[in-house]
Design a protein around this ligand. Structure first.
Ligand code: UAG
Ligand code: ATP
Ligand code: API
Ligand code: MG
Length: 484
């Protein structure tokens, strides 16, 4: 595509050859190839402008900057907003792939991944090919595509959407993180449906204030044709105020049109009824927990708004496979205790996960968790307090310490723990922590491994070490004499 085509209809100034051919779009100089258009993004850590000479040396056909650079001998596009322009240019360059599929965006602090897998199960039951974009992996039908981010950078996102459209996806269920909304990764996409799950504490390192966090999440509903809102959440009004057009409310506690009734939660499933188009649907899902009702309600209401029939909704959820690392029971090789693998890494999700475990545990609930380094530090003591108040025993350990000192993170968690009478130990090494829990497990205990879920690594000082908690548990069970 020619440069002036990429920017057609956008406010910008082109200095140099505006008909130069553009082969691809890049925002990281390390991946630039001959003929690429390089976007200089002014980031938190670096100014992409610094890397423009490197991009030009590698053969970039043009660069996008916010001010003309007299020292750069290449065609330059001068724009006002770097990330917004990059997102819009990516929509055009990849030929607006989102317009060719039904787009469902899910935002909220917890439940995004789970909700997208529920939508996948429902849409596949209806015979649709589904694209999934999110934390665990991206998927085109059954094909798995590795991902680094929950919501990819705009250029990577549009490239992926194009692939999904070309491979015949009818619908895309994607997680829309608050980072992605602020950083304009989904700018330019019109979602057919936007879903709001809930808003509780997380990511205050990035957003700084609660109001900023609310404002970030609400941006999704400015760009959604239909907004599906959990009105039991305290921030629902903010989301609805941002909504551009139709709003559909759902609830578990209030008598609105879409409300869950007759809720029944067992140790292996969640069941409830919902009235849909004059029929009562009996929903059954293999993930225990009150929160599962909420996630399913969002998925059901969205699917219904897209015209998917009730039978497919019911059957799709019934047949849905477990979501990796989301309250997933692990094989204990005949041990008389249970082990649950979960991804709770926020105060609210930890509270929910422990509460669900407690509801069914015939014995103690032993919670093992840590908190990620270089992420919201204010949630650490809060999570310590929750674990102390709700668990029968807690093992405080490491999550992904990243560039922080593990013992310093643990000390912050302990501050909250010490406000309770909860019994606990601190074991910095996560493998040792799990080993301790298995060694000391009593009959009927539930060991709740919280925080790492599907992750197969532990990030320490910039390096990702192999750490798949499922594999670690297998190894430890074998070591401790529990053989299959
Ligand atoms: C906080 C955040 O989201 N930061 C994102 C942001 O980084 P940044 O603004 O700091 O970028 P920077 O490092 O200053 O670099 C500026 C520009 O120079 C470029 N550069 C840099 C070095 C170089 O050699 N050459 C070069 O061209 C970079 O590619 C970038 O375009 O823009 C980068 C791409 O432009 C992203 O890769 C980066 O994601 C970082 C790695 C990240 O960890 N993000 C996490 C927090 C995140 O987005 N998480 C959410 C999930 C949250 C949830 O679960 O709810 C997600 O959607 O994944
Ligand atoms: N609706 C919910 N409300 C509260 N907690 C939930 C909810 N759904 C799931 N959880 C808990 O949160 C954990 C993470 O769930 P999930 O991965 O679906 O959320 P997410 O929003 O995608 O998270 P992330 O922001 O990390 O991508 C689960 O393992 C479970 O413990
Ligand atoms: N998407 C989230 C995941 C956190 C998972 C937890 N294991 C941690 O590392 O804190 C983040 O990057 O903040
Ligand atoms: Mg997720």
């Amino acid at each position: 595509m020619k440069l002036n085509e990429v920017f057609r209809g956008m406010i910008c100034e082109i200095h140099g050859d505006e008909t130069v051919e553009i082969k691809d779009l890049k925002y990281d100089s390390r991946g630039v190839k001959r003929g690429d258009l390089f976007f200089c993004i002014s980031g938190f850590a670096e100014d992409g402008l610094k890397y423009a000479p490197e991009a030009v040396k590698k053969g970039a056909a043009a660069v996008v900057v916010t001010e003309f650079q007299p020292n750069l001998d290449v065609t330059q596009v001068i724009v006002k907003n770097d990330r917004e322009t990059m997102a819009l240019a990516a929509c055009r360059f990849f030929d607006f792939p989102a317009k060719r599929m039904k787009m469902v965006g899910v935002t909220g602090t917890n439940g995004k991944t789970t909700t997208t897998y529920m939508l996948k199960a429902i849409a596949e039951q209806a015979g649709m090919k589904v694209g999934v974009i999110g934390t665990i992996r991206n998927m085109i039908g059954d094909e798995v595509i590795h991902t680094e981010r929950t919501t990819p950078e705009s250029v990577d996102l549009q490239r992926l959407l194009k692939k999904m459209a070309e491979e015949g996806c009818d619908i895309v269920a994607m997680e829309v993180s608050s980072h992605s909304l602020v950083l304009k990764r989904v700018f330019g996409i019109e979602f057919d449906v936007g879903i709001f799950t809930n808003l509780t504490q997380d990511h205050l390192d990035f957003h700084q204030t609660w109001d900023n966090y609310i404002a970030a999440k609400s941006m999704l509903f400015e760009q959604s044709r239909i907004s599906v809102i959990n009105i039991d959440d305290d921030s629902a009004a903010n989301m609805m105020a941002a909504a551009r057009s139709e709003i559909i409310k759902y609830s578990v506690m209030q008598p609105v049109q879409y409300a869950a009734k007759e809720i029944e939660i067992t140790h292996e499933s969640t069941q409830f009824d919902i009235d849909l188009n004059g029929h009562t649907l009996h929903v059954e899902i293999g993930i225990p927990g009150y929160f599962t009702v909420y996630n399913a309600m969002g998925a059901i209401v969205a699917a219904n708004a897209l015209g998917i029939d009730s039978y497919c909704i019911e059957q799709g959820l019934k047949a849905m496979p477990p979501v990796a690392g989301r309250f997933e029971p692990l094989d204990t090789h005949g041990g008389s205790f249970s082990i649950i693998l979960d991804y709770a890494h926020t105060p609210d999700s930890l509270k929910n996960a422990i509460a669900t475990a407690k509801k069914f545990a015939p014995g103690r609930v032993v919670t093992i968790f840590g908190c990620g380094g270089n992420r919201d530090a204010t949630k650490r003591a809060v999570m310590g307090k929750i674990a102390g108040e709700m668990s029968d025993f807690t093992i405080i350990t490491s999550d992904n310490p990243r560039y922080e000192e593990p013992v310093a993170i643990i000390a912050q968690i302990e501050e909250g723990m010490r406000q309770t009478s909860g019994e606990y130990v601190c074991i910095v090494n996560r493998r040792d922590a799990i080993e301790h829990a298995i060694r000391t497990a009593k009959k009927d205990d539930v060991i709740l491994l919280a925080g790492k879920g599907h992750e197969d690594y532990q990030e320490i000082k910039g390096e990702k070490h192999d750490f798949d908690e499922k594999v670690v548990v297998e190894e430890l069970l074998n070591k401790l004499g529990y053989h299959k």
